[in-house]
Design a protein around this ligand. Structure first.
Ligand code: GLN
Length: 280
């Protein structure tokens, strides 16, 4: 079988199973199997696959057919300017989360060494992207999941940042080291009703721990805010990702805890997604 034939087969199988981008996903899988760029496939449609590769291709394709996200099958996802290792123990980095980076960079001057805490680091994509842009800063990444911490560490090594980050496997409730200039967090904020309505790709494959914000979706948002008040320096900033229907209550919790609201920013589809606030 050659590239173009196997692509056609793969595309048809995914299409039949209602997978959203059947051609693209098939091409990405083939490119992983043959360890070549996608351009290479386009330029050499008649190249033949060996039997080993055909079997590998089929196995990956079956995983995708069962709705496993392509980022887990490929083992990586691009976010901000970099490639991050991803597996089923971490949330797949989302483009919307890049808002947190944009806002964080505005608060971090190029030549300044600030102390940053990332609560619920997951793959580490937020903190690592910020530190790549601001080499003088240092960070702490915490996560309740040891498996997530291990992924974040792998990513730190991949991007030569392991010496700038302290990784801690702990629940935010138990973490008490303070004096941070900036806290960033994309906490799990989906409420239990919405959780059930998510696409199968997400619902059955991404970690519940990284998605679920309890019955009303605010359990972790509230935890992060209450704790940030203790861990931030006076005038320190908290940059928080929230769900698009969580603006009002998030602001209310922030104000109740002595935060000043600097800004709300919207994601790529125009939905409220990120709150910037200051600990007074
Ligand atoms: N900080 C990680 C991200 O934004 C993980 C977030 C989470 O697991 N809720 O992708």
């Amino acid at each position: 079988m050659n590239y173009s034939q196997i692509l056609k087969k793969g595309e048809n199988l995914l299409k039949k199973n209602n997978i959203k981008n059947p051609y693209l996903d098939t091409e990405l899988i083939l490119s992983k199997v043959i360890k070549k760029e996608r351009e290479e496939i386009l330029l050499n449609p008649n190249n033949k696959l060996n039997n080993k590769d055909i079997i590998k291709f089929k196995n990956y394709l079956i995983r995708r057919k069962k709705k496993e996200p392509i980022a887990y099958i490929l083992g990586h996802k691009y976010f901000w300017k970099h490639k991050f290792f991803t597996n089923k123990f971490v949330l797949i980095p989302r483009p919307d989360t890049e808002l947190v980076i944009e806002e964080a960079l505005k608060f971090l001057p190029d030549d300044n060494s600030k102390k940053i805490l990332d609560i619920g680091t997951g793959s580490g994509c937020i903190l690592l992207s910020v530190l790549k842009e601001r080499p003088k800063c240092r960070g702490t990444a915490i996560d309740i999941s040891i498996k997530a911490i291990n992924v974040a560490k792998t990513n730190a090594k991949l991007h030569q940042l392991e010496n700038k980050i302290n990784f801690i496997n702990i629940d935010i409730d138990k973490y008490n080291s303070n004096n941070y200039d900036l806290i960033i967090s994309n906490p799990p904020y989906i409420n239990s009703i919405d959780l059930n309505r998510l696409d199968d790709d997400i619902k059955f494959h991404e970690p519940k721990l990284a998605l679920s914000g309890g019955s009303d979706g605010f359990r972790n948002i509230e935890k992060v805010i209450v704790k940030s008040k203790k861990l931030l320096k006076i005038n320190g900033k908290l940059i928080l990702e929230i769900g698009h229907k969580q603006k009002d209550k998030s602001i209310q919790i922030l104000k109740k805890n002595g935060f000043y609201i600097n800004k709300l920013s919207k994601d790529l589809s125009g939905k409220d997604r990120c709150v910037v606030s200051t600990r007074l």
